[in-house]
Ligand binder design. Structure first.
Ligand code: PLP
Length: 384
């Protein structure tokens, strides 16, 4: 037997892990509705045509060599002008996932931590673990707004940065300006930088969003974004990190080295990203109005089911639903039971290992009829 490394055993990805079990049941004849992965493509949403055209056009040009490791200079310029930083503050990555990987590699030595919101996007948990960091959380309230007191209390002397995900995966929460301001104040007091995960920042259908970059003043912030969600193109694997404010020089050197060692991001998708940033953003209004329709169905259906509750999502396409009933021992038992009824969702403990195991994450991307059908099955299962 060839043994994998101890480090590899620290890697898990609950969003995809659940699929294996779903596929097994599917083989046995259960028809599944997949509400586990945040990918709009299987639900019929497409990237804007001009973005696809730019990728196709790039293929006909002479882009066969490696791109510069830190990114296509024209894309860096486009991102820099959007983010209001200098091009040398921008690093292009293979999706924000690679940017997150680079940040952990550059910031987290063993025993150190980037403090995470709970619930959180699971990749951050994995990266913290495989950096041999410690996992430190700050709590959110019942509407999933970060709790500043909890943040202040849980920052320790080994904390290297504060993570904010806004809009949030898995909750769909969009944070108030006041909350963001409190986080900035705490970061200032503690002399810590902020990592602002903005991958869903254009996908807001209730109210406005305030972005960290616009209010951080002299607190250093690194913003991460990508083509995946805002431009409905997760398969493109193009994203970036943009460093705002002072004090980042050594960190930027480290990220540059991390970019160098993996050579480059593919040219074609970087050309597509330029078209995305510079071109029409009409798609986002349509996308958001479709999402709002689905969100309204979700909230109505959850309200009608005795034993479930949800804080209405205001952005992205996720909901973190609470199982109020004690019929199930924990979230895994609930999710496994629901799988047998043909609905695939993710146990909440994958996002919130320290919460009470009473939540599941449901993606509300399907067409209204399919979402309703999923809720018919969920209702039947919960009523038992
Ligand atoms: C909060 C959050 N951050 C980052 C990512 C990674 O996105 P990508 O690597 O596709 O840019 C995701 C993907 O689902 C996400 O939900």
């Amino acid at each position: 037997m060839i043994e994998p490394s101890k480090r590899s055993e620290l890697v898990s990805y609950p969003i995809r892990d659940i699929v294996q079990e779903a596929k097994r049941l599917e083989k046995q004849g259960t028809q599944m509705i997949y509400l586990n992965i945040g990918d709009p493509a299987p639900f019929g949403f497409r990237p804007p045509q001009h973005v696809l055209d730019a990728a196709a056009h790039a293929l006909t040009q002479n882009y066969s060599g490696y791109a510069p490791s830190d990114g296509d200079p024209e894309l860096k310029e486009a991102v820099a002008s959007f983010e209001k930083v200098a091009p040398e503050d921008v690093f292009i990555t293979a999706g924000l996932s690679e940017g997150i990987d680079f940040l952990f590699q550059a910031m987290v030595d063993p025993g150190r931590n980037i403090i995470l919101p709970v619930p959180t996007y699971p990749l951050y948990l994995t990266k913290e673990r495989i950096s041999y960091g410690t996992i430190e959380f700050y709590d959110c309230d019942e509407k999933f707004e970060p709790d500043p007191d909890s943040l202040r209390k849980n920052i320790n002397k080994y904390t290297k940065a504060i993570l904010v995900i806004n809009p949030n995966n898995p909750t769909g929460a969009v944070y108030s300006r006041k909350t963001l301001q409190s986080i900035i104040d705490i970061a200032g007091e503690s002399k810590l930088p902020i990592i602002s995960d903005d991958v869903y920042d254009q996908m807001v259908f209730d109210g406005e969003i305030t972005n960290m970059r616009d209010i951080c003043k002299d607190v250093p912030v690194v913003c991460g974004n990508s083509l995946s969600k805002n431009y409905i193109y997760p398969g493109a694997r193009a994203g970036y990190l943009a460093f705002h404010g002072e004090g980042w020089d050594k960190m930027k050197d480290a990220v540059q080295r991390l970019c160098n060692q993996r050579l480059s991001v593919n040219w074609e998708m970087q050309r597509a990203y330029i078209a995305a940033i510079k071109g029409s953003h009409d798609h986002i209004h349509k996308f958001n109005s479709e999402l709002k329709k689905r969100r309204d169905i979700l909230v109505k259906r959850v309200k009608e089911i005795d034993g479930l509750s949800v804080a209405p999502p205001k952005g992205a396409f996720y909901s973190f639903i609470k199982v109020e009933s004690d019929k199930w021992k924990n979230d895994t038992e609930f999710v496994r039971g629901l799988l047998k009824c043909g609905v695939v969702v993710v146990p909440g403990s994958g996002f919130a290992p320290n919460m009470d195991g009473k939540y599941f994450r449901l993606v509300f991307l399907p067409k209204p009829e399919q979402l309703d059908e999923a809720f018919n099955r969920i209702e039947k299962f919960v009523k038992g």
